[in-house]
Design a protein around this ligand. Structure first.
Ligand SMILES: [Zn+2]
Length: 235
């Protein structure tokens, strides 16, 4: 099982790891490390890119996936054999990590702000890929785009801190709200909270405060079949 350093610190961009396994599947050549700060694609957030290297080996990481706690770092083809059992130095592309964290954190903020402004709407899905980001809400209510944009701007200016914490489903529902899906009892999960707004279960990478998002531009609001999709850009 790979230790997930990215859950502990969004701003850790390099680390030393041990190559435990290398292989090839339908997606390409992959490396499995004992620990990683490369974020695997998931939760509507794209994976990190970067470099894995030592004195005898260097490869670009172009995709990272997770399946059953196994994290695969897919690399561009390399002429050198992957040195299984060796220590490597790993460098995450900082610019890509931070733009992804800005988009992802903005999705959380948009979800919270909408739910406060329009309590009949409930955020059900977030997709935070740059250039195609949106949050989907269940419910049908007319949104005032200007009010929403102003509230988002104010929330960013307020610069609330974010926090992540581990909590079991029972305590979560006792303190906050009923979860819309089942999480095994007594199994703790990770939740993310902005300021004193409602937290949501999430395994993504978040900024430490919403001011770091800088600016969110609401680009499109579309209602269809009791579902509202709000698209946004981060600038
Ligand atoms: Zn998140």
């Amino acid at each position: 099982m790979t230790k997930k350093l990215y859950l502990e610190d969004t701003y850790q961009f390099h680390f030393e790891g041990l190559i435990q396994e290398a292989g090839k599947d339908e997606k390409g050549i992959f490396i499995i490390l004992d620990q990683t700060t490369f974020y695997p694609q998931g939760g509507g957030q794209p994976s990190d890119h970067g470099i894995i290297k030592n004195d005898h080996f260097e490869a670009n990481v172009i995709k990272v996936t997770q399946f059953n706690n196994e994290i695969k770092h897919y690399i561009t083809s390399t002429t050198n054999e992957v040195p299984v059992g060796s220590k490597v130095y790993c460098l995450v592309n900082q610019e890509r990590r931070l733009i992804n964290a800005r988009y992802h954190t903005a999705g959380h903020l948009l979800g919270n702000v909408i739910e406060i402004l329009y309590p009949k709407l409930k955020a059900i899905k977030g997709h935070s890929f740059p250039g195609e980001a949106y949050v989907e809400f269940q419910g049908d209510e007319a949104i005032n785009a200007t009010t929403l944009q102003n509230e988002i701007n104010e929330a960013i200016a307020k610069n609330d801190k974010t926090k992540v914490f581990e909590i079991d489903p029972e305590s979560f529902e006792q303190h906050f709200y009923k979860l819309s899906y089942n999480i095994p009892e007594n199994k703790k999960f990770r939740a993310m909270q902005i300021g004193d707004m409602l937290p949501v279960p999430c395994g993504g990478t978040h900024l430490s405060s919403v001011g770091e998002i800088r600016h969110v531009n609401i680009s499109r609001i579309k209602a269809k079949n009791n579902c509202l999709r709000i698209a946004y850009e981060v600038t």
